[in-house]
Design a protein around this ligand. Structure first.
Ligand code: NAP
Length: 261
C-alpha cells in the first residue's frame, strides 16, 4: 500500500460514490484529505473518515478560487481529484432542454477546469502536484447523453492539454474514465428505469459493474509517486466495457470454452 503521509488531497464530489471511496483510500494511506461537495450529508461523510470539508459548488469559480487561496495558506494541496458530477437523462436532443445541457457542461467541464485552474495553478508555482480528473466511458464512445458525453470527452482532452502545459512545472495531470460504477448516482439511474443492471453487466467483458473502490485504486495510483512517470494518460476503469462494444457486430461476447478444443 502506498504511503501518502505528508500529502494533502483535495477531492471534489468527495461526499459520495467514487470521490468518497478515493477519500477513504487516501486517508487510509496517511494523506490529509479535504472534501469539496454541495450535497446534504457530505460534511458528515467527511467527518466519518477524518477528512476536512468545505461546502462548495464547482461551477462557482469565485468560491473555488477563494478556497484554493485559503487552503494554500494553511496546508498547500499536493493532489487534486475532480469527482463532482451529476447524471443526465437519456433524452433525445430535440427534447433535452438547454438548461439541462448547460448544467452538464457547467458541472463537468467548467467545474473541472475551474478546480484545475485554481489548485493546479498554485501547484505549478510550488513545482509539485498531481491532478486526476474524471471522465467516463460515455466520453470515449457515444450514447444517448448529448450533454454529459461531450463534456466528458472534453475533460479527457483538457487533461492532456494541462499535462503538457504544466509538465514543465512539475505537475502531472491524468484522467480516469470510469465504466458503470456502483455508486448512489448509478443507483438513481437504475431506480429511474433509465438503465438496467443486467444489460450493463452483459456489455462489459468482465460481465459486471465496477466497484467504486476499483476506480479509487486507479485514482490513488495515478496520484501517487508510483506513477511519477505518467502524465497525460486517460485510463479506462470499466470492467472491459469499451473493448467489448465492437463485438456486437459478431453476435456479442462468447461464452468461455469449458473443454480444451
Ligand atoms: P455521486 O455518488 O453522485 O457523487 C458525486 C458527488 O458530487 C455528489 O455528492 C454530488 O452531490 C456532488 N456534486 C454534484 N454537483 C456538484 C457541484 N456542482 N459541486 C460540488 N459537488 C457536486 O456520483 P459518482 O457516481 O460517484 O460520480 C463521480 C464522478 O464519476 C462523476 O463525475 C461522474 O460523472 C463520474 N462517472 C460515474 C460513473 C458511474 O457509473 N457511477 C461512470 C462514469 C463516470 P449531489 O448528490 O447533491 O448531486
Amino acid at each position: 500500500m502506498a504511503d501518502m503521509t505528508g500529502q494533502h488531497a483535495v477531492i471534489t464530489g468527495g461526499g459520495s460514490g467514487i470521490g468518497l471511496a478515493t477519500a477513504q483510500l487516501l486517508r487510509g494511506q496517511g494523506a490529509q484529505v479535504t472534501i469539496l461537495d454541495l450535497a446534504d450529508g457530505a460534511d458528515q461523510a467527511a467527518a466519518r473518515i477524518g477528512a476536512a470539508f468545505h461546502k462548495a459548488d464547482v461551477t462557482d469559480e469565485t468560491a473555488i478560487e477563494s478556497l484554493a487561496e485559503l487552503l494554500e495558506a494553511h496546508t498547500p494541496p499536493t493532489i487534486l481529484v475532480t469527482c463532482a458530477g451529476i447524471l443526465q437523462r437519456t433524452l433525445r436532443p430535440e427534447v433535452l432542454s438547454w438548461g439541462e445541457w448547460d448544467r452538464m457542461i457547467a458541472v463537468h467541464l467548467r467545474g473541472t477546469y475551474a478546480c484545475c485552474r485554481s489548485f493546479g495553478g498554485r501547484m505549478v508555482k510550488r513545482r509539485q502536484g498531481a491532478i486526476v480528473t474524471i471522465a467516463s466511458v460515455a466520453g470515449l464512445g457515444t450514447g444517448p447523453l448529448h450533454g454529459y458525453g461531450p463534456a466528458k470527452a472534453a475533460i479527457a482532452h483538457l487533461s492532456k492539454g494541462l499535462a503538457a502545459e504544466w509538465g514543465p512545472g512539475g505537475v502531472r495531470v491524468n484522467c480516469v474514465a470510469p465504466g458503470f460504477t456502483e455508486t448512489p448516482a448509478l443507483d438513481r439511474g437504475l431506480s429511474a428505469g433509465a438503465l438496467r443492471a443486467s444489460r450493463l453487466e452483459a456489455a462489459a467483458a468482465l460481465g459486471r459493474l465496477v466497484a467504486p473502490q476499483e476506480i479509487a485504486a486507479a485514482i490513488g495510483f495515478l496520484a501517487s509517486p508510483a506513477a511519477s512517470g505518467i502524465t497525460g494518460a486517460v485510463l479506462p476503469v470499466d470492467a472491459g466495457y469499451l473493448v467489448a462494444g465492437d463485438w456486437a457486430a459478431y453476435g456479442g461476447l462468447r461464452e468461455p470454452l469449458t473443454d480444451t478444443p
